[in-house]
Design a protein around this ligand. Structure first.
Ligand SMILES: Nc1nc2c(ncn2[C@@H]2O[C@H](COP(=O)(O)OP(=O)(O)O)[C@@H](O)[C@H]2O)c(=O)[nH]1
Ligand SMILES: [Mg+2]
Length: 390
């Protein structure tokens, strides 16, 4: 084997819908640099495309420094606070929680918008144009990403950085890639906390982007006020991998790339989706999901999307759905945290760790029922909860 650190790079073929369906791993990439072959990851770490986070452990500030820095809207401290929150180190957890607790009263005032769609639909291009529209109106925008693929590599940051060039350098914008957590639940938890930090740091609009490839849409839906589904014209929804459930979750559908020859297809698609939406049960908040046409390249329809979101916020604040949804989201977060904490405590328990492998084997060999294995494990766990459990 070569001695390089290996990463997988996913290439997204953007132009064709059929290509957009494929996410092809090109594993173990290396590149030539100054006569030596180095891994793509090492190249990234030395290039300008370096993400805003570092993987190196850093010395920590005091809680007060983080809190005051975020509240003073210091971007460097803001980034460091998010890095602290994303840390996998047990010793960072108490500090992160202390900082978050202090920031909480200053959070919650932003408009939280989720944006999803299949790879290639135009999310990054849309966010660039849409984000610029908002910052030009004088509002500070933070872009966060939930990218399931970033659990193994650095996610879509490469594509995003090049497609969000202007937004990335705008003083009122902040772009943060997906945290590298081992589970989607972990990513979601960190993103929720990051959102709070950004709000305390003065961001008025939070855009949470996710690649529409599965569960991540539901997670994003559970943390935003408004959920935007980007769709391509000229492709059936089954081809776009968009499940009916995702369409039902959306507060607006946006047909992207409505420019040039594609404009007529986009208009047709808009009518089709409008008809399809009529078949869905109405939203409990009395909102009718509109279908909008946009072109990120021609900067058309972008202002209408922002107007729609503002109209939705006004509508749901007036009929009290806004607060109701936020409360429900907090409770869902609580529920997830309970599950996560229980699971963690369970698997970290020394007795469980000792006995689980044998029990797993017995279950696999069908000599023990899973329910019986669970019973045994819980008896062990409960017995030493008082001694080693937290
Ligand atoms: N014609 C046209 N092409 C676009 C538009 N927005 C994005 N694209 C192209 O579609 C491809 C995918 O865009 P990207 O923003 O990377 O999609 P993402 O994978 O969803 O983030 C790129 O080649 C873009 O140039 C648009 O408004 N009009
Ligand atoms: Mg993208």
């Amino acid at each position: 084997m070569l001695g390089f650190r290996k990463i997988q790079i996913y290439t997204f073929a953007h132009n064709q819908m059929k290509d957009a369906q494929k996410i092809s791993p090109i594993s173990d990439q290396t590149v030539q640099q100054q006569g030596k072959r180095i891994s793509v990851r090492d190249k990234l770490e030395t290039s300008n495309l370096k993400p805003q986070t570092s993987v190196m452990p850093r010395p920590r500030h005091t809680a007060q420094t983080y809190i005051e820095g975020v509240l003073a809207q210091d971007r460097v401290i803001l980034s460091q606070t998010i890095t602290l929150i994303e840390s996998h180190l047990a010793q960072d957890e108490a500090l992160a929680q202390e900082v978050l607790t202090a920031l909480l009263p200053h959070a919650g005032k932003a408009t939280r918008v989720g944006i999803t769609g299949v790879p290639g639909v135009g999310k990054s291009s849309f966010i660039e144009t849409f984000g610029l529209h908002i910052v030009e109106a004088g509002k500070a925008v933070a872009v966060l990403a939930i990218d399931p693929s970033s659990q193994r590599n650095r996610g879509s940051i490469l594509g995003d950085k090049t497609r969000m060039e202007q937004l990335a350098t705008h003083p009122l914008a902040y772009i943060r890639p997906s945290p590298s957590q081992s589970t989607l639940g972990g990513v979601a938890r960190r993103t929720r906390e990051t959102m709070l930090v950004c709000e305390a740091g003065g961001f008025e609009v939070i855009l949470v982007e996710t690649v529409g490839v599965g569960q991540s849409e539901t997670l994003v839906r559970s943390m935003v006020d408004f959920f935007l589904l980007l769709m391509l014209a000229g492709a059936g929804d089954e081809l776009q991998g968009i499940k009916r459930g995702i369409m039902e979750m959306a507060d607006a559908l946006v047909i992207t790339k409505a420019d040039g020859d594609n404009k007529v297809f986009a208009k047709n698609a808009s009518r089709e989706y409008q008809n399809a939406l009529h078949l869905f049960p109405p939203h409990q908040n009395g909102w009718h999901t509109p279908v909008l046409l946009t072109s990120a390249l021609a900067c058309e329809g972008i202002a209408e999307v922002w107007q729609t979101i503002q109209a939705y916020i006004t509508h749901t604040k007036n009929n009290l759905f806004f607060d109701k949804q936020r409360s429900e989201q907090q409770l869902a977060w609580l529920q997830e945290s309970i599950q996560y904490t229980l699971e963690k405590a369970f698997y970290q328990n020394p007795d469980i760790q000792t006995h689980l492998p044998a029990l797993r084997e017995a279950v696999a060999e069908q000599t023990l029922l899973p329910t019986q294995a669970v019973k045994k494990l819980f008896l062990m766990w409960e017995k030493n909860l008082g001694t080693s459990g937290k």
